[in-house]
Design a binder for this molecule. Structure first.
Ligand code: CTP
Length: 466
């Protein structure tokens, strides 16, 4: 388990070189962000052929530095700025070629140039074919980096390799690399806390006033899509939800620095990059997935906020059968039984209430913010009562009968109903903008939740990245 905020305020320079394992750098970046780090990505030219710089730029909110001869827009030399500001340089995956270039100081790419120019600790995660790693040349280079330069080598692991062989050479578990970076920094002071001394950030395309990192260190769980309740092995009861709104919330939360877990029902849209995914295509599976996420083994909250955008079936066939039901002229009568109201159950659980709503257990702390959706037809009169019944902090209501709103559209007209009684009708907006407006409210609620913590009134840290 990654602990919260061990890299808060730190600048991590993440160097990626041209290994097949380069795709894992996307998750590594996300783990660093979840630890509160500010990340700048450096790539060798060959690494850009394995993973798109655009993905890494979007996740780090900084332009990716992949050309040692390029100057920053303001004329500064990128790798020198990064070398001076980084609290740690992490090279993962590191190829055999890169280890050789580094061991001999051949600074033909930004990753090597930054390592040469920095006095920050350097962590290296090699990844390559087993025979390449075992070769005396590679081993000699590793020794030089470790013994002469003092770099921390996070040894590769044994397992299946891209070549189809099994052997040593697989990039180490990403958590080990993060732990090595945390240890390498130790108690050193933050080198360049002033953003002006750090590499430039991307302009925030969505909202220039907003702190692009306002969900940094937070864990946001989003359910999206419909559920498919089995009748028999080939048929199910489903609904028209495509997952567009929930996926927009995932992307927006990710871009604002959150660690995001998507609990995916039946989706008709692509799963976004840079989020963790748990598949849950029935109401029962979704309930189980959320029950596992809501609390860590140590009894703390497993996430900071839940956005329950999934259209969960209210009913399921009472007795799904394990063979295909054959056609008969007599027709078919299905008996349906109600599914549990997952959100209402979580509303009680986080408060330590039992089925009847009476105190009956331990509340989950710090209490996660719960956001539900209410798909209505013919007006929003029932929403305030739903908000209370489900004990959520915010209910996002829309009239699915209205043009431009609802299933599969790219826009939505919603009204936000808050637990404090505030009602805010938003205009017709792209779903991504709706997502950002919902997240704005979540940020405010989380900041209010953690205020006493920040002023030292309680020893419980607020952020719950687990
Ligand atoms: N929801 C849930 N579990 C269910 C049904 C719905 O957690 N079994 C969640 C949805 O994900 C949504 C919210 O509850 O966030 C409201 O869903 P909605 O269908 O509008 O409300 P219902 O409670 O099902 O009420 P009704 O069917 O009467 O409209």
């Amino acid at each position: 388990m990654t602990q919260p905020g061990r890299l808060a305020g730190r600048l991590v320079a993440l160097g990626i070189t041209g290994s097949i394992a380069a795709f894992k750098a996307v998750d590594l970046l996300r783990l660093f962000r979840a630890e509160g780090a500010d990340v700048v990505v450096l790539m060798t030219p060959s690494a850009t052929r394995f993973v798109a710089p655009l993905t890494l730029a979007a996740l780090s909110r900084r332009p990716v530095d992949a050309d040692v001869l390029d100057l920053l827009p303001d004329g500064r030399i990128g790798h020198v700025i990064t070398a001076d500001a980084a609290d740690v340089v992490v090279v993962a995956p590191a190829t055999a070629h890169w280890l050789g270039a580094m061991a001999h100081g051949l600074a033909a790419d930004v990753v090597t140039a930054t390592c040469l120019a920095t006095s920050a600790p350097v962590v290296v995660g090699p990844a390559m074919d087993g025979d390449m790693y075992a070769h005396p040349a590679t081993q000699a280079n590793v020794r030089i980096l470790r013994d002469d330069f003092g770099y921390r080598i996070v040894e590769p692991e044994t397992g299946g390799l891209a070549s189809g062989q099994v052997g040593i050479g697989r990039l180490a578990a990403l958590e080990r690399i993060v732990d090595a970076a945390v240890e390498a920094i130790g108690e050193r002071p933050i080198r360049k806390p002033d953003p002006a001394d750090r590499p430039p950030r991307l302009p925030d395309a969505g909202n220039l006033d907003r702190d692009a990192d306002d969900l940094g260190g937070r864990h946001v769980v989003v359910t999206a899509g419909g559920t498919a309740e089995p009748i028999d092995p080939v048929r199910f009861i489903g609904n028209r939800s495509t997952g567009t709104m929930g996926v927009a919330v995932c992307e927006a939360a990710r871009d604002r620095g959150a660690r995001v877990t998507l609990v995916a029902g039946t989706l008709q849209v692509a799963i976004p990059a840079g989020v963790e995914v748990v598949r849950a295509e029935t109401a029962a599976a979704m309930e189980a997935a959320l029950a596992a996420l809501v609390e860590t083994p140590t009894g703390r909250a497993g996430f900071d906020a839940l956005v329950m955008a999934a259209a969960v079936a209210d009913f399921r066939p009472a007795a799904p059968v394990d063979h295909k039901i054959a056609r008969t002229d007599a027709g078919l009568t299905l008996q349906l039984v109600p599914n549990p109201d997952i959100l209402a159950g979580l509303g009680r659980r986080v408060r330590g209430l039992d089925e009847t709503g009476a105190p009956g257990g331990r509340p989950i702390l710090p209490r996660p913010v719960l956001v539900g959706f209410a798909a209505e037809t013919g007006g929003l009169d029932r929403v305030a009562a739903k908000l209370r019944a489900k004990r959520v902090d915010l209910l996002v209501a829309n009239d699915v009968g209205e043009p431009g709103s609802g299933f599969g559209t790219s826009t939505n007209r919603v009204t936000l109903f808050a637990a404090d009684g505030e009602v805010n009708a938003l205009p017709l907006l792209p779903k991504r903008s709706v997502a950002d407006r919902i997240l704005d409210r979540i940020v405010t609620l989380l900041d209010a939740r953690d205020e006493p913590v920040q002023t030292g009134a309680t020893a419980t840290p607020g952020r719950t990245t687990s």
